[in-house]
Design a protein around this ligand. Sequence first.
Ligand code: BCO
Length: 554
Amino acid sequence: IQTFYRLFHQCRKTFAPLNLTDYEAIGRCEQEVPEYFNFASDVLDKWSQIEKERKEPSNPALWWINGKGGERKWSFEELGFESRKVANVLSGPCGLQRGDRIIVILPRIPEWWLLNTACMRTGVVFIPGTTQLTAKDICYRLLASKAKCIVTIDALAPVVDSVASQCQFLKTKLIVSESRRAEWLNFSDLLKAAPAVHNCVKTRSQDPMTIYFTSGTTGFPKMVEHSYGSFGLGFFICGRYWMNLTPSDVVWSMSDTGWIKAAIGNVFGPWFQGTCAFVHAMPQFDPKVILNTLCRYPVTTLCSAPTVYRMLVQHDLTRYTFKTLKHCLSGGEPVNPEVMEQWKNQTGLNIYEGYGQTEIGLICGNMKGMKIKPGSLGKAAPPYDVQIIDEKGSVLPPGEEGDIAIKIDAKRPFTFFTRYVDDPVKTASTIRGNFYITGDRGSMDEDGYIWFMGRSDDVIISSGYRIGPFEVESALIEHPAVVESAVVSSPDPIRGEVVKAFVVLSPSFTTQDRKKLACELQDHVKKVTAPYKYPRKIEFVERSELRNKEWGQI
Ligand code: BCO
């Protein structure tokens, strides 16, 4: 009888429609997190069923364009069909098993969405990376993660090959390309041959699902691990209330595929709500392309870094008529009130800022309908209780500056990252008493709005990128001209902050043209590590200058 009931409940669950009310209650921590959850089978396949039962046509799940006439539109059913085939590619020719790790370095191409979903179906841990990664970055990631497989494109395949022999865990290289490359499996060939039937693995909510490399003040990037619960279920509230999405919306989130913002804005946020994720595969950032796209396509919701809005308002926006845009979001760095005002004056739309982290997801936000206080991060986003605390862990009164922290009661919220992989000390260091410390400083006003003041550590937030000064200093020191350097943030009207390097030159370089040398060092950093980290400002200093400054002689 017990077996009968177990099977009965299992069947009921499998065929039950998508219950968004339950997911909302779970997202708010008002209902227990289910023991088993898999976004692919529990959400995507349910939307596919709903799509079939609907009489009227619905928006695609993914709408991809490349600006050169290329276009792909996939319904949830097509996404399911293709991603099941990719799942068979991963567990067949790629030889990956549940729990194995895969690094996926792809630009904004549909294959990224397929691989993401296929990893959920197979239980393979998905590690995305930006295409700006260099050989050294890739080597570090392959070794640190022990990934067995890497997926990339033509441009990066030789870069991977240049370090592959040093990466003893790497077994399979998969290329997304029209042409074949020796020692690489070809994605399209395998996809064509792959069977379409695949049974999604049954994953527990706490099983590892994805890992992001994220920069800190010291050392090389840390591995932030998220589970099926924290990543899949954790973004329900964000999609529904911050992004304000419904099945009739079309959201364009511009983040590079290497960042958590792409997962929030292009995968879990929209797809939980049955919304179309719109993608423009712009190879280079171009404000005019963005503005024209908003005029041509029925995008209802735009999500991008404040730097993008700062760049867009440099143009005369009144010359553009956006087709359907009604909701604008920003995240990744603080947005300044002037830009919000300029955007509002020219488009009639507010910018709803969200504040979050790779480790935690959305922490605060301006939800639709809420009064916006320009310059504030908004209020705590459910399920979080955000407070400003002092160094002893005591809550500070309104208006006082302290650490922005999240209250942890008996249990860590399920939406939190699981751990920094292989770094229990760093994982533990995020906790102070009953609080998780974000690393950001701020204050809270009487109405519960949080105001950002800056980082409490030396991490640089530039154009929405999180940049560790150590990584830039390590790149600089590899150049023969550099004896030592100190890298800090410097204010910038467009990028919020930029990376600035103070450099002490080796004696043999002190007579060289400083302008040329600065450019050379910038190019050098762009080659050694991901170019977005390069020091946009360089100041050459001499030790004697620093000593004299210290002794009050200048
Ligand atoms: O500006 P420059 O031209 O001097 O330099 C640029 C590129 O040209 C250069 N570069 C790129 N690839 C290169 C290269 N140079 C040599 N070789 C290559 N292969 O490097 C610089 C890269 O800077 P960028 O990425 O800022 O470029 P760009 O075109 O100015 O883009 C502007 C933005 C705003 C589109 C870009 O900065 C951006 O996407 N920012 C947002 C980042 C983001 O999404 N952050 C969110 C992280 S997740 C998060 O915060 C958690 C929230 C819950």
